[in-house]
Ligand binder design. Structure first.
Ligand SMILES: Cc1ncc(COP(=O)(O)O)c(C=O)c1O
Length: 397
């Protein structure tokens, strides 16, 4: 049989995967309309149109657009008056923004472990992390699968905590038929280039709480009051407004979201059944209550012992076979020194540590291929397993 691609063989997959981002004449038309308009800024009607469409899509009364999915978290924390002396519970297996937003408002992130088989915040660990200083919990709907909101919502209510959904991966995702972003007090979304909807950069907040919506909008808009005078700034805020260009693109992207989510779920189902046969590759548990899974990432747990090849070598071999993939976060967030050296001494979160050792991520754009093409992914994995002796040399280097 031919050598592995990493050793000079022909890659299993030679055709390109779907490109990302995707766009068509809808984006073009809306961008031209914006170009020909008199205003390209954040107060242009197209921004309000996007905010309303996005909120409606996610089942909330209000939507507030903002520059990105980091500042959306900062804005909601500022709006809630969370700052120095306050604690906010976050998972350690997420992008740094979930925790750095907490630091940016002067509060302290407190890390609670994730579930081993979904990589979502573990409600039991979150409860154990509550102290008298806790003000909020930020579960991340990681990889596009809703966190266990059946337990997190009552937990937050019981303790009087704000529940902020970091839905940066979860556009159009749902839990028991209810959209992510409408399950807690507020939802925070990102439209950065890799995300399932994108304008290159961008963000949005969703909420059905009128007071919270007004307070957020004020922080996004230089602390102005909703119907206040232009040069009156009753709150401390900053300029986090989204531009008309981005809103124009996002309105077109939103039209495609449901079809693309269906496609990603179909491809993920295909991968789940293909991998059911492969020892050493375990897909994440798909909770049936997460009835719409956004699959921003398709993740598996890689078992080095079963496969006989170190994960880093496996990942390089898989990429060489034409399957885009990564190993994700190298270590949990409490080891990021910028968040504060004190965390390095904090109690470790064993499931997050394990996730950093075992995960393999495939990007959402791969799932936009025909579900039948997922066989190329499984074929590449099987080929690497069958030829693993060829990788022994690489592992030693
Ligand atoms: C879970 C999570 N939260 C927040 C963010 C921050 O979003 P942005 O890059 O738009 O600032 C990201 C990613 O970029 C993310 O993955």
């Amino acid at each position: 049989m031919a050598a592995l691609a990493i050793n000079g063989g022909t890659p299993t997959r030679r055709r390109p995967w779907p490109r990302w981002p995707q766009w068509d004449s809808r984006e073009e038309q809306r961008l031209l309309d914006t170009l020909h308009g008199d205003d390209w800024g954040g107060f242009t009607p197209v921004v309000a149109e996007f905010e309303q469409a996005f909120a409606r899509h996610h089942g909330t009364a209000y939507g507030i657009a903002a520059v990105n999915g980091t500042q959306t978290l900062v804005a909601v924390l500022m709006a809630a008056g969370i700052g120095p002396g306050d604690e906010v519970i976050v998972p350690p297996y997420t992008f740094i923004a979930t925790a750095s937003a907490v630091r940016l408002v002067g509060a302290t992130p407190v890390f609670a472990d994730i579930e081993a088989d979904t990589y979502n915040l573990d409600p039991i660990a979150a409860e154990a992390a509550i102290t008298p200083r806790t003000r909020a919990i930020i579960p991340v709907h990681f990889a596009g699968q809703a966190a266990d909101m059946d337990r997190l919502v009552p937990l937050a209510r019981r303790h009087g905590l704000l529940l902020i959904e970091d839905a940066a991966h979860a556009h159009g995702a749902a839990w028991h038929g209810r959209m992510c972003g409408s399950l807690g007090d507020a939802g925070s979304f990102s439209f950065q280039s890799s995300k399932n909807m994108t304008a290159g950069e961008g963000g949005a907040l969703t909420t059905s709480d009128r007071d919270l919506a007004d307070a957020i909008r004020s922080r996004v808009n230089q602390g102005r009051a909703i119907h206040g005078a232009w040069y009156e700034h009753p709150n401390l805020g900053t300029n986090m407004r989204l531009s008309a260009w981005q809103a124009a693109v996002l309105l077109a992207q939103l039209e495609r979201l449901d079809d693309q989510t269906d496609r990603r779920m179909a491809s993920a189902r295909a991968l789940n059944s293909l991998f059911a046969e492969v020892e050493g590759i375990q897909p994440m548990r798909w909770d049936p209550r997460a009835d719409r899974h956004a699959f921003h990432l398709y993740m598996v747990r890689y078992d080095e012992r079963a496969f006989g090849v170190p994960r880093a070598v496996f990942q390089q071999a898989l990429a060489a076979e034409g399957i885009p993939c990564s190993t994700g976060y190298p270590f949990p967030l409490y080891r990021q020194e910028s968040l504060g050296p004190a965390f390095a001494r904090a109690a470790p979160c064993p499931n997050a540590e394990q996730a950093c050792r075992e995960a393999i991520w495939l990007p959402q754009s791969l799932l936009l291929a025909d579900p039948a093409e997922m066989e190329d992914v499984a074929a590449a994995v099987t080929r690497i397993r069958d030829h693993r002796h060829e990788l022994a040399r690489l592992a030693l280097e």
